[in-house]
Design a protein around this ligand. Structure first.
Ligand SMILES: NC(=O)c1ccc[n+]([C@@H]2O[C@H](COP(=O)([O-])OP(=O)(O)OC[C@H]3O[C@@H](n4cnc5c(N)ncnc54)[C@H](O)[C@@H]3O)[C@@H](O)[C@H]2O)c1
Length: 440
């Protein structure tokens, strides 16, 4: 190994070990902000970079906006100067390590939109310097780090693995999960070279209990897509089991609960009104897109997606049928949605199946309202709604109450006591009366 190369790497490893490395996190959302706070808490000086002026203003004022981040800790980090925030990318000049946590959504055509990564790479390039490590955390298709970031960064004349270091490390954050957070969820690293791996492992080892390196950035990118495809496909399977059980007149939830007593070879997944959030409905399509460019159809992903996408329609039919049995049409029926966030105990409404169901209900001229303790206002294409406080009067008024998100804050005993008809898509009322409850 040439000595300058060795020195560059050793110097960076030492800086990290001594917590003298200056860290940057680009994109301060659900993934980036907890990461920035974790590095600051570990004793690093961290600069968060985001283009959203509201976020920068909030952070400068010591205000938290991500539920999984502690308000107190964030303020402490801000007050002590360990956490700074800016929209100015020239801050990168002074930074030794940069983690990229920008969005990777889908276009309307279901093709990956990697424009945020492209934009950030171009900005990083301007301030790239010897001895810097760049790590991509945004979920993306296998090959992104090597095919997109590597040539861009090396076009500066700096060589990856010698002058600078580059790796992919998928974020595995599970918003609202009180048991597993950033620190106790093992972190996967896939560097472009072995030296890139060493640097990235050293860096994340400062904030995560267990770091595991794989042989390439492609493998690390694929790890993330396997994890989320695994969930999407298993949810697709269990959603189909729910449709099958419905036809056979069997209680799906009882079947899953009983199957889950098997101590090996079975892992329970649960049906629901459809996929939501920024990961499970989106990430597998990054993989299918990549494979389409290679003339290969990812059959499991396509099938699971088809079934999962049908679920809001299926819930709508349940509502329609249940109202019909009560001599009511959907048109004009008062339908109260409980929970519009995509999953329990979070405020995130991105990709929530509540949108698809609301579209069907609005299209049939139901009179829609919702209650969600985490979401104060919520807009569909047609209307903007304000969350209603759950009360006996509100429940009594509704022709149909639909449990879409099983937030712990809802008083399900109250719901069952006062609602005339409940369509429960989450089995949230399982321990309560069966009367007037229609389940998936
Ligand atoms: N939310 C999750 O649970 C989760 C979990 C694992 C992985 N991921 C992945 O992590 C990535 C980020 O997701 P997120 O949920 O944190 O997104 P987010 O929308 O909450 O945050 C992204 C942030 O990036 C900022 N941003 C956009 N373009 C920028 C630019 N050019 N320069 C600087 N900042 C910019 C946005 O203003 C926003 O604050 C995505 O690839 C996502 O798939 C998300």
């Amino acid at each position: 190994m040439p000595s300058t190369h060795k020195n560059t790497k050793t110097a960076l490893l030492d800086k990290i070990a001594q917590k003298n490395a200056r860290i940057g996190v680009i994109g301060l959302g659900y993934v980036g902000l907890p990461l920035a706070v974790a590095f600051a808490e570990a004793g690093f000086h961290v600069t968060g970079i985001d283009l959203d002026p509201h976020k920068i203003r909030a952070l400068k004022a010591g205000q938290n906006y991500i539920p999984d981040v502690s308000d107190v800790l964030l303020k402490q980090m801000r007050d002590s100067g360990y956490l700074q925030a800016t929209s100015d990318f020239s801050a990168l000049k002074k930074l030794d390590a940069v983690s990229i946590c920008v969005p990777t959504p889908l276009r309307k055509t279901r093709d990956p939109d990697i424009s945020y990564i492209v934009d950030v790479t171009a900005r990083i390039k301007k301030f790239l310097h010897r001895g810097q490590v760049v790590i991509l955390e945004s979920t993306t298709y296998p090959g992104t780090t090597e095919e997109l970031l590597l040539p861009e960064l090396e076009s500066t004349g700096l060589k990856v693995g010698r002058d600078i270091f580059l790796a992919f490390s998928p974020e595995r954050i599970d918003p609202g999960n009180a048991k597993f957070g950033l620190k106790n969820t093992p972190k996967i690293i896939g560097g472009i070279t072995a030296d890139c791996n060493d640097v990235a492992v050293q860096l994340y080892g400062q904030i995560v209990h267990k770091v595991m390196a794989v042989s390439s950035s492609r493998s690390a990118e694929m790890v993330k897509l396997l994890e989320n495809t695994f969930r999407a496909v298993n949810i697709g399977l269990v959603n189909e089991i729910a449709l099958i059980c419905d036809k056979l007149g069997i209680n799906t939830w009882e079947v899953i609960e009983a199957a889950a007593t098997k101590p090996f070879g079975f892992m329970p997944f649960y049906p629901g009104p459809g996929l939501g959030g920024h990961c499970i409905p989106i990430d597998p399509h990054y993989l299918s897109w990549k494979l389409r460019t290679m003339n290969y159809t990812t059959r499991f992903i396509e099938l699971a997606s088809e079934i999962n996408h049908q679920m809001p329609e299926y819930v709508f039919q349940k509502i329609q049928h249940s109202l019909n049995l009560r001599k009511k049409s959907v048109k004009g029926a008062k339908v109260l949605l409980l929970g519009v966030a995509y999953k329990k105990n979070v405020s995130d409404v991105r990709e929530s199946p509540a949108y698809d169901l609301a579209k069907l209900l609005e299209g049939s001229e139901a009179s829609l309202s919702y209650s969600d303790p985490y979401v104060a206002t919520w807009a569909t294409d047609k209307n903007t709604y304000r969350s209603q406080k759950l009360s006996p009067a509100l429940l009594k008024k509704a022709d149909c109450v639909v449990v879409l998100t099983d937030h712990d804050k809802f008083d399900y005993a109250q719901v069952v006591r006062h609602a005339r008809l409940i369509v429960d898509t989450r089995n949230a009322t399982k321990k309560l009366s069966q009367k007037n409850v229609v389940r998936l």
